[in-house]
Design a protein around this ligand. Structure first.
Ligand code: NAD
Ligand code: MG
Length: 391
């Protein structure tokens, strides 16, 4: 299988290469992309000798090209947002791992869908912003969309494939989306105002990029995943329930009309969903250790506390509002999380900025990528203004 990895230098990208390199007979990497980490991408190119690589800026692309040329590698180095779209749709490539973080990942993920690829979707923001457009493109182009987000991969594994896309005929009653609760599940509420970026990115169960780690701490990550599940599985908002499960061993569950509940379990390691989607419908070694139930011993479940995690409520609100609301939510969240990471906004300010942004940007219908990107721009502009007014 010929493969393009978008966002190769990130947490998901590195895990993807780890799985891919275990099966050199099975996978061939054709293209790798990074954003600013020239040395990391250079080392990855040395290992898998792709035909193409891409960096964010022309200067970084030049540095990468010089490094690779000096070692006799013939990788062609491109740069910029247009290059990502081009590499996502490369003829001859079978599968595209979409692992860029944030709204920047939408255009290339959509290009992979339009080109009818096997799309391994880690970039949840693409579905949050553009769910209807994205799913229409997948269907129209005959792409195969396989979720990498561990919860959605678990749901995919637990759904009845025969009736995929038709929850009622498949007898699905509810989707139970599990959440670890992040690092602040039990932190006294009065201390939340003062938590630092370092504390927020130190996730108890998963090792991930900085943005998604903060999203996990606010539980906006789970909110984005509710919206993602809605689009992936054609599930109404009321049929998606969030369950806090601190051990992070059950990755999500599907509740059926006859009382059966199916779940997927495993050690919390993204190489499992990545290997699943790479090889589906076959199974391959991912490097993840077998689950030791005796060591796990106990599985706990709690209802999420919306006073502690207002972002979860905001995401349900955006999903029910339809139109541009989820794209605005996502844009405001990206701006607020960046401000928090740069210590310009306190932790509790993240939800406040998002709520105010959603109130400030007028509702609008979105029917194509241009309208979605406009909603993204409006959301960002409003959030930046709201942030400026606070300081
Ligand atoms: P990360 O920050 O570790 O990596 C992000 C990647 O995107 C890097 O390769 C970076 O170079 C690239 N990138 C960043 N900004 C870019 C831009 N403007 N243009 C082009 N490339 C850019 O993030 P991650 O944790 O690997 O997450 C990637 C995506 O996968 C996110 O959407 C996240 O929500 C999703 N996801 C991650 C995990 C996880 O365990 N890390 C789990 C589920 C879903
Ligand atoms: Mg997840």
């Amino acid at each position: 299988m010929k493969l393009t990895i978008l966002g190769a230098t990130g947490s998901i990208g590195v895990s993807t290469l780890d799985v891919v390199m275990r099966h050199p007979d099975r996978f061939e990497v054709v293209a790798l992309t990074g954003h600013s980490q020239v040395e990391v991408l250079a080392a990855q190119c040395r290992r898998c000798r792709p035909a193409y690589a891409a960096m964010g800026s022309a200067a970084d692309a030049q540095r990468l090209a010089a490094l690779l040329k000096a070692e006799g590698l013939r990788t062609e180095v491109l740069h910029g947002a247009e290059a990502l779209v081009q590499l996502a749709g490369l003829p001859g490539v079978d599968a595209v791992m979409a692992a860029i973080v944030g709204a920047a990942g939408l255009p290339p993920a959509l290009a992979a869908a339009s080109a009818g690829k096997r799309v391994l979707l880690a970039n949840k923001e693409a579905l949050v912003m553009a769910g209807a457009v994205f799913m229409a493109e997948v269907r129209g182009a005959g792409a195969l969309l396989l979720p990498i987000d561990s919860e959605h991969n678990a749901i995919f594994q637990s759904l009845p494939h025969r009736y995929a896309g038709d929850m009622a005929r498949g007898g699905v009653r509810r989707i139970l989306l599990t959440a670890s609760g992040g690092p602040f599940r039990t932190t006294p509420l009065e201390l939340l105002a003062r938590v630092t970026p370092e504390q927020a990115v130190a996730h108890p169960k998963w090792s991930m990029g900085r943005k998604i780690s903060v999203d996990s701490a606010t539980m906006m990550n789970k909110g984005l995943e509710v919206i993602e599940a809605h689009w992936l599985f054609n599930a109404p908002a009321d049929s998606i329930e969030v369950v806090i499960h601190p051990q992070s061993v059950i990755h999500s569950l599907v509740d059926y009309a006859d009382g059966s509940v199916l779940a997927q379990l495993g050690n919390p390691d993204m190489r499992t969903p990545i290997a699943h989607a790479l090889a589906w419908p076959e199974r391959i070694d991912s490097g993840v250790a077998a689950l030791d139930l005796f060591a796990v011993a106990q599985l706990d479940f709690e209802r999420p506390d919306l006073a502690r995690f207002p972002c979860l409520d905001l995401a349900y609100r955006a999903l029910r509002a339809e139109g541009n609301a989820a794209a605005v939510l996502n844009a405001a969240n990206e701006i607020a999380v960046q401000a928090f990471l740069e210590r310009r906004l306190p932790f509790l300010g993240i939800a406040e900025v998002i709520a105010e942004t959603m109130d400030a940007v007028p509702q609008a219908a979105v029917s194509d990528l241009e309208a979605i990107l406009e909603a993204d721009r409006q959301g960002r502009a409003a959030a930046v203004e709201i942030l400026a007014r606070r300081s």
